[in-house]
Write a protein that binds this ligand. Structure first.
Ligand SMILES: NC(=O)c1ccc[n+]([C@@H]2O[C@H](COP(=O)([O-])OP(=O)(O)OC[C@H]3O[C@@H](n4cnc5c(N)ncnc54)[C@H](O)[C@@H]3O)[C@@H](O)[C@H]2O)c1
Length: 258
């Protein structure tokens, strides 16, 4: 019987991370590479994406940046074609790219509403579909969608109806695809992070109007560090989670308990 830690290994696996150029996506790229995987950084930002791909190469893994807009079907199909022509197969996909708009619902422009849904929900679907077809053909694959605790609760004091709705939909899309693709040996799961201490979020934690409200509402009384999500992602991308599909793992310091 294999040692239990071997089940977490991603050695010789190939994975795609969308929005891998910064923030949590960059952390996920590093975590997967540290577990042994080769990484395709599918990112809309042509400056940050290549930088992270270089970092992964310096870890001794193969890596590739593909400029990708996850909300654009042609762009997603091109990215998957390039990934397959370079690496030959895709073992796991992480749908991490996401955007947020903070605005009271009565002031939200329909174009902004659509953009959030296009990136956060349709983008996840397009990547799942394009990569899922390949995985179903191989009868092997794992997909991890980055949802949010905002798909389970409504944050306060910030107003973000489009984001909350999109993340709730990602959680149910995850279950729907898990149901359809279980017989094809493709597992689909989600991670729902709480407030994470990324470079972009950090100023908000110091602001009494935001951090002053958020932190007391977290049972663990602190934001999560991005690195605390890496092992969870490796777990879902690896054989360690072989009997888990359709699940959403909540990583929020207990925020959704209260
Ligand atoms: N940071 C948090 O506290 C937190 C909490 C819960 C969930 N999340 C989710 O985690 C994910 C990453 O969040 P983050 O804080 O690192 O955000 P971020 O803004 O720092 O990074 C998002 C990345 O996605 C890329 N991106 C945006 N639109 C894209 C598109 N159309 N196609 C391809 N790439 C695109 C951006 O260029 C960027 O590199 C998001 O889905 C977010 O909703 C974040």
């Amino acid at each position: 019987m294999a040692n239990v830690l071997e089940k977490f290994s991603l050695v010789d696996q190939v994975g795609i991370v969308t929005g891998g150029g910064q923030g949590l996506g960059r952390t996920f790229c590093h975590a997967f590479a540290e577990a042994g995987a080769d990484i395709i950084v599918a990112e809309i930002n042509a400056k940050t994406g290549p930088h992270v791909a270089d970092e992964i190469a310096r870890l001794g893994r193969r890596s590739m940046f593909v400029e990708t807009d996850v909300s654009d079907q042609a762009s997603v199909q091109q990215m998957v074609a390039e990934a397959l022509s370079t690496f030959g197969r895709i073992d796991f996909l992480m749908n991490n790219a996401g955007i947020v708009q903070h605005l009271p619902a009565e002031q939200v422009d329909v174009e902004d509403w659509r953009r959030v849904l296009d990136v956060n929900l349709t983008g996840v679907f397009l990547c799942c579909q394009a990569v899922g077809r390949h995985m179903l053909e191989r009868r092997s694959g794992r997909i991890i969608n980055i949802a949010s605790m905002s798909g389970l609760i409504v944050n306060f004091p910030q107003c973000q109806a489009s984001y909350n709705a999109s993340k709730a939909a990602v959680i149910h899309l995850t279950k729907s695809l898990a149901s359809e693709w279980a017989s094809g040996n493709v597992r689909v799961n989600a991670i729902a992070p709480g407030y994470m201490n990324t470079a972009m979020a950090q100023p908000f934690f110091d602001d009494p109007a935001y951090g002053g409200v958020w932190i007391p509402a977290i049972p663990m009384k602190r934001p999560g560090e991005p690195e605390e999500l890496g092992p969870v992602a490796v777990f879902l991308a690896s054989e360690a989670s072989s009997y888990i599909t359709g699940a959403t793992l909540v990583v929020d310091g207990g925020y959704t308990i209260w």
